[in-house]
Design a protein around this ligand. Structure first.
Ligand code: CA
Length: 235
């Protein structure tokens, strides 16, 4: 049974979520503020977290940052705030997805399923286990990235993107395929997601994120992972 932690101070919404989630066989935990959420995550180890950004005691983004210090549990953000800046802050901090209130329960459940599925997916077995470049090493089996001797932490969504791109070095992977595989059919047109996540991956992996050598954009088409990079090109 998938255990969901609902972090939300709007009691009516919590009640609606609990009824709908339990009807779909989710086990539901609740936390009404950030402090209770962090305690519950440590003690109960939920499989996925639904997190409101506007909490009474702290900013939801700070909850994400704190959790990402020690856990890669999928985090789906619920927020009434819908500026792209807010969304990017949450994604940058390590959220996996984002739903703006008011949302339809069906959409929320679809994203929740996608987030937990991403977490469970095994690495494809035909992928080379170790990818080594001049700047970083990716261990696809251990799910570790080293830059020099320093480990780089990736979110589950960043991993998923990187796994797809590195499966066929040098080959163009279309925006649509990445969106379908990583976020699902509802998101096939959400190319802004790709821009946000590719920017995050470049910040974590590229020696100069503004002139990527490994994670290459093919404008209007998709992305390519270059194992033997040529000269840097503007991203
Ligand atoms: Ca709130």
């Amino acid at each position: 049974m998938t255990r969901v932690l609902v972090v939300e101070d709007d009691h009516q919404l919590v009640r609606a979520l609990r009824i709908n989630l339990q009807a779909r066989k989710f086990e539901v935990e609740e936390a009404a503020d950030g402090g209770a959420a962090l305690r519950s995550i440590v003690a109960r180890k939920p499989d996925v977290i639904l997190l409101d950004l506007g909490l009474p005691d702290m900013d939801g983004v700070d909850v994400i940052k704190s959790v990402r210090g020690w856990s890669r549990v999928p985090i789906l953000v619920l927020s009434a705030r819908h500026t792209s800046e807010e969304k990017i802050r949450a994604l940058d901090a390590g959220a996996d997805d984002y739903v703006t209130k008011p949302f339809s329960m069906d959409e929320l459940l679809a994203r929740l399923r996608a987030a937990t599925r991403r977490q469970e997916e095994p690495v494809r077995s035909d992928a080379p286990p170790l990818i080594t470049t001049d700047d970083f090493t990716i261990d696809l089996v251990a799910k570790k990235v080293l830059r020099g001797n320093r480990p780089v932490r990736l979110t589950p969504t960043e991993w998923h993107l990187l796994e797809i791109l590195t499966a066929a070095p040098g080959h163009l992977v279309s925006q649509r395929r990445l969106l379908l595989e990583v976020w699902g059919p509802t998101y096939a047109e959400h190319t802004n997601y790709l821009r946000v996540y590719m920017a995050q991956l470049r910040r974590k992996l590229e020696p100069d994120p503004s002139r990527p050598r490994y994670l290459i954009t093919e404008p209007g088409m998709g992305y390519r992972f270059e194992l033997s990079p040529g000269p840097a090109v503007p991203g």
